[in-house]
Design a protein around this ligand. Structure first.
Ligand SMILES: [Fe+2]
Length: 249
């Protein structure tokens, strides 16, 4: 299976979606161009649970458990990681625009060469001894999160021959309850791999897809130090940031 065949499938699904007149803002779980989703997407409706019951046994964390240094992925080792240093910040709100305060935001990402520290990632790009690729922080009283990291590289994956993921950062965010967790990916503006990527394209709605792309913000960029990107997240409502249920790429 080559990229042209996958791109043809992506285009056919996009055309069918556009002509249907429907509005579909979440990730499609059954999206055949993303090959492994064929076998592992849920085929039954989610099991409804009592959200208050879950609060009784779900993990909890307090303010002291997250060190502010964990928000800087460039200072976790003795030396500086390779790559473009950048700040990523944004505001987490609910569907009514209210800030989601003091809640946990976690990120994980590949290094500048597109390599994860993971047993299953053995493609021939260098590991960076000064970069682990994981960080977390709590949102502030206005709902803002802030990270300092390096720009991840695109990386190959085995969906089809010559398949490459656009550069992205994985995000996990909690709302005010553990049942309000959102897991998704943030992308970078203008990535040439967007049209080719079956994970990004599994959100069939263009406007919803665009909500996963950060904007470059020169006011966030620091003189001779780092570039700045801004990416806001909406946990609920019709402008919700598209979420994913299950994938590991
Ligand atoms: Fe990834």
């Amino acid at each position: 299976m080559d990229q042209a065949a996958i791109s043809g499938e992506i285009e056919a699904i996009a055309e069918a979606y556009q002509s249907s007149g429907a509005v579909e803002t979440d990730v499609r779980l059954d999206y055949p161009p993303y090959r492994s989703s064929i076998l592992r997407h849920p085929t039954k409706a989610p099991h409804q649970v009592d959200p208050e019951g879950i609060e009784l046994w779900a993990p909890v964390f307090g303010h002291q458990d997250v060190d502010p240094f964990e928000a800087d992925l460039t200072i976790q080792h003795r030396g500086e990681p390779l790559g473009e240093r950048m700040r990523v910040t944004g505001r987490v709100t609910d569907g009514d625009g209210r800030p989601v305060r003091h809640q946990l935001v976690e990120i994980w990402q590949a290094n500048a060469g597109g390599r994860y520290i993971h047993q299953r990632d053995q493609h021939p790009a260098a590991l960076d001894p000064n970069f682990t690729g994981m960080g977390r922080c709590l949102t502030d009283s206005d709902g803002f999160y802030r990270f300092t990291t390096i720009k991840p590289g695109p990386y190959p994956w085995r969906n089809h021959h010559n398949a490459w993921r656009p550069a992205h950062i994985h995000f996990s965010l909690f709302g005010s309850e553990f049942t309000q967790r959102l897991v998704t990916q943030m992308y970078f503006p203008g990535d040439p791999l967007f049209a080719l990527d079956p994970i990004y394209q599994a959100i069939t709605d263009r406007a919803a897809r665009d909500r996963l792309v950060a904007t470059y913000d020169h006011d966030l960029t620091q003189h001779e130090w780092s570039l700045g990107f801004r990416w806001d997240v909406v946990l609920t409502g019709s402008h919700r940031t598209p979420l994913e249920e299950d994938h590991a790429a």
